[in-house]
Write a protein that binds this ligand. Structure first.
Ligand SMILES: *Cc1c(COP(=O)(O)O)cnc(C)c1O
Length: 358
């Protein structure tokens, strides 16, 4: 029998979430962000289920080339642009758009052999101070880009660090900074990730760039995915491989730091940090056994976790355990493990068996 750790990917939920993006930003084109193997869901399968996305955003050439080789003809944007001057031939050969966020990239483009014309997304640092040009330099940068004959269309983008916090006025300030920097410049604009497009109407502009909301994670602090109408796309599950009757005081798992508070049944499920389940998920992290709420106890092992089944033997070997997804919002698990849904999704390992349903 194969290992029971599974990721079921619900493509209908993906399409539903995409339709919520369309409803929230009806006048914007959608660049579906499918970097990091589509947030761990499988690059090609996710791309195939997003026929109305006008563009795909990815983080590296490998992902872009995989999409082209799978037959996608759409605009594909390298969100971090060139990693070195040698990338130029592949970028041109595969007809990719590049983000230009730094002086070094501008020089590589100006000095490189561009085999064909190329579209550029100029990234402006409106206050995150990670990637992008200073707003005051945009006029100069644009004219330098325009001097490169193969650079065809230039679009403009920025990124928000705090859009998930609807009370944080920095996002409002960033929108103003971005618009002011571009007051004298023609061209399409893109500001908003998932949080930006749901929470900040002024950020929708010509293109929106949703990531996490496509996969059903909540992008807004203090709002559940369900309250936003989002549906979970990935359900991570496995099965019980042992159910043991333990006595009060028995220690469970590595380090022995969790002990049974009373006589009880402890289940062992076949999933662990070797599958991408977070090792730092503490005792009490929610999961579901046969559709009923249960919780993790003791330390997460590489291949296994222990589960408190209470004082009645309600579950047996072979029963299903859901780690997150349908019936258990990933944001709850992430909060318990002091991380975010993004990291949990991206970490799901290759030995988990993926299946896709539409
Ligand atoms: C990852 C990313 C996004 C998507 O962000 P979400 O919070 O997942 O919606 C949008 N824009 C850029 C530049 C990104 O890197």
């Amino acid at each position: 029998m194969s290992r029971p750790a599974r990721a079921r990917i619900n493509l209908q939920a993906l399409q539903h979430n995409f339709s919520l993006v369309q409803q929230a930003a009806p006048d914007s084109r959608i660049m579906a962000i499918i970097k990091a193997n589509a947030y761990g869901h499988g690059l090609i399968s996710i791309a195939q289920s997003l026929p109305a996305a006008a563009a795909f955003g990815v983080s590296c050439l490998d992902e872009a080339i995989a999409l082209r080789e799978a037959g996608f003809d759409r605009r594909i944007v390298l969100l971090e642009g060139l990693f070195g001057p040698d990338d130029i031939s592949l970028v041109c050969g595969y007809r990719l758009d590049v983000v230009v966020h730094h002086e070094s990239q501008l020089q590589w483009l100006a000095q490189g052999q561009l085999l064909r014309s190329l579209d550029v997304w100029l990234k402006i640092d409106s206050g995150m101070h990670r990637l992008g040009f200073d707003p005051g330099s945009i006029g100069d940068i644009v004219s330098r880009l325009q001097q490169i004959p193969q650079v065809q269309t230039v679009r403009y983008m920025t990124h928000f660090p705090c859009a998930d916090d609807l009370d944080n006025a920095d996002t409002h300030q960033q929108i103003e900074t971005f618009n002011a920097a571009l007051a004298a410049v023609e061209g399409e604009r893109s500001l908003a990730n998932s949080a930006g497009l749901l929470g900040w109407p002024a950020a929708r502009a010509d293109w929106v760039r949703p990531g996490i909301m496509l996969y059903g994670g909540s992008p807004l602090g203090g709002r559940t995915a369900e309250s936003l109408g989002l549906q979970p796309v990935m359900t991570l599950s496995t099965r019980l491989i042992a159910v043991n009757a333990l006595k009060q005081g028995d220690a469970v798992g590595y380090g022995g730091d969790w002990r049974c508070p009373s006589d009880r049944y402890i289940g062992v499920a076949a999933i662990g940090y070797g599958d991408g389940y977070p090792r730092h998920a503490p005792t009490g992290t929610p999961l579901r056994v046969n559709g009923r709420a249960a919780s993790l106890v003791g330390r997460v092992s590489m291949d296994m976790i222990s589960i408190d089944l209470g004082d009645e033997p309600t579950a047996q070997v072979g029963d299903e355990v859901v780690l997150w997804g349908e019936g258990l919002p990933i944001d709850e698990v992430a909060a318990s493990a002091t991380t975010i849904s993004y990291e949990l999704l991206c970490s799901v390992g290759s030995r988990v068996q993926f299946s896709y349903s539409s």
